[in-house]
Design a protein around this ligand. Structure first.
Ligand code: DGL
Length: 277
């Protein structure tokens, strides 16, 4: 069989959140090519059912595969919680067993177990991620001594998608959810931002979190984990193109995406619109 033409790494999120992961990945692995796909037209995913998140995520993965990506990162906890296992076990063997789809939950859990001293960890995420219990289940497997408090932040991803992450109105919801989490377990020393949209609310989260609590954003964790994966899988690394480019795709209006992403990434971005059908 001829060797496949090297192609970019696909990075997928429901909307803008995955940009917080992309930024750290590009900083860590600047030579590679990337295609970012945000399904902004259907974001947020957080309150959607298992079947719908799976269906939407699979469409995006197929799109990125059709553009050649041999490796796709689900830079979205909701998709990682609700779709990753099915895609890995059911769809990949049929679509192309030589490609890979990786999520963000496992690397985060692996790190958290090594940094919490009180062994009390908090998780802030979407309703989908929290009600899937993915974090408590994964933490229980690897670090059974850790106790987990969770809080579904029903509006945070919508606030970010609406471009309101710096507005005074967002303060109310951030304070409400952080206070509820802290009241649940006053011994927390580490809180995972288990939604890739949430680092865009970081200044507001920091303003209401006690300084003794470490707030864990996933970008650097996922970037380190990807670098490690590529080192351990030279056969995949060979299939990745390395011209230091990033393409941005959105299912919504590309001008709107470009304007918002340029603010989040503090550099100009030019997006294109994609459709699945
Ligand atoms: N950024 C995503 C996550 O990490 C999804 C947020 C949403 O679409 O509700 O969960």
């Amino acid at each position: 069989m001829p060797f496949p033409v090297p192609a970019p790494i696909g990075i997928f999120d429901s909307g803008y959140g995955g940009l917080t992961i992309l930024e750290d990945i590009v900083r860590r692995l600047p030579d590679y090519d990337y295609i970012y796909l945000g399904d902004n037209a259907r974001a947020p995913y957080g309150n959607r059912s298992f079947d719908v998140v799976y269906e939407f995520t699979l469409q995006s993965v197929r799109k990125l595969f059709s553009m050649g990506c041999p490796l796709v990162i689900l830079a979205c906890n909701t998709a990682s919680a609700k779709a990753l296992r099915n895609i890995q076990q059911r769809d990949l063997p049929l679509l192309d067993p030589s490609r890979r789809v990786l999520g963000v939950i496992r690397p985060t859990v692996e790190l958290v177990g090594t940094i919490s001293h009180t062994r009390h960890v908090g998780v802030l995420g979407t309703l989908g991620t929290i009600s899937s219990h993915s974090y408590p289940l994964e933490l229980q497997k690897l670090f059974p001594d850790i106790s987990v408090a969770q809080r579904a932040c029903l509006l945070w991803a919508s606030i970010v998608e609406a471009g309101e992450c710096r507005s005074a109105g967002a303060d109310f919801f951030v304070r409400q959810d952080v206070s509820a989490l802290l009241a649940d377990d006053p011994l927390l020393d580490t809180v995972i931002l288990a939604c890739t949209h949430y680092p865009l609310l970081l200044p507001k989260i920091q303003a209401v979190m006690p300084p003794s609590v470490r707030i864990l954003s996933q970008g650097p964790v996922v970037a380190d984990s990807l670098a490690d994966y590529l080192k351990r899988h030279p056969e995949m690394d060979l299939r990745l193109s390395k011209n230091a480019t990033v393409q941005y795709l959105t299912t919504e209006n590309p001008e709107r995406f470009s304007a918002a992403a340029s603010v989040f990434l503090s550099s100009p971005v030019e997006a294109r619109r994609v459709t699945f059908f």
